[in-house]
Design a protein around this ligand. Structure first.
Ligand SMILES: CC(C)(COP(=O)(O)OP(=O)(O)OC[C@H]1O[C@@H](n2cnc3c(N)ncnc32)[C@H](O)[C@@H]1OP(=O)(O)O)[C@@H](O)C(=O)NCCC(=O)NCCS
Length: 177
């Protein structure tokens, strides 16, 4: 996949290590808005760390593991979505996504993640796509609902982001069970 249209003027593309500088610039512009929910937005504080972060995904993708994509709006990198885990052997994978504040409210992530979910189920034959969100992350939980995911339950105190958060687990499964 070189580029896939998501909405008018918006594209989903592989976010590869050669884009480290562009990704770092995105983190500089928008990281403070992501940091409450995404630790990497604080950890990546130079281009070398951005490159390492992307290289980690690239290495895992080469082994058919986790992978990451960017979302461009009118040519500017404004967000991304990734398979945080991807295990073709068990058919289980999990997704996450993020957007700069100015790109929110247009359905970009819902549509990008829907494409990725379709790819996981239809092209890769996966059985389960999971979405996890801290209980207070209302916009993230709204994405899971828009995708038609089912809420499975709450992992108590499972996430540390300065303070500990409960985590809601949502999913789509092929057998509907
Ligand atoms: C989670 C996050 C990506 C959600 O962003 P978002 O803009 O709310 O989500 P979407 O891109 O799917 O857009 C949905 C909004 O666009 C609207 N929309 C417009 N056209 C739409 C369409 N065709 N399809 C779906 N939604 C559409 C929806 O009504 C919704 O607006 P609302 O929130 O005012 O009701 C964003 O809040 C974020 O980056 N948060 C910080 C990082 C984070 O917490 N990530 C999640 C970790 S799992």
């Amino acid at each position: 996949m070189l580029s896939h249209p998501v909405a008018e003027g918006a594209e989903l593309r592989a976010l590869e290590p050669w884009r480290a500088e562009e990704f770092y610039e995105f983190v500089v512009r928008s990281g403070s808005h992501l940091a409450p929910w995404m630790p990497w937005a604080t950890d990546i504080d130079d281009v070398a760390k951005a490159a390492l972060w992307l290289q980690g995904y690239a290495d895992d993708q080469a082994r058919d593991g986790r992978r990451v994509y960017g979302i461009w709006l009118d040519g500017l990198l404004v967000g991304g979505a990734g398979f945080a885990t991807f295990d073709a052997r068990t058919g289980n994978c999990s997704l996450g996504a993020w957007l700069a504040p100015e790109a929110r409210g247009r359905g970009l992530v819902t549509r990008a993640v829907r494409l990725m979910t379709e790819w996981a189920f239809d092209t890769r034959g996966m059985s389960r796509v999971e979405w996890s969100a801290a209980t207070g992350n209302i916009r993230s939980i709204a994405v899971a609902k828009r995708l038609g995911m089912e809420r499975e339950g709450v992992l108590r105190s499972a996430l540390t982001l300065g303070i500990r958060h409960d985590v809601e687990v949502w999913s789509l499964v092929t057998d509907g069970g």
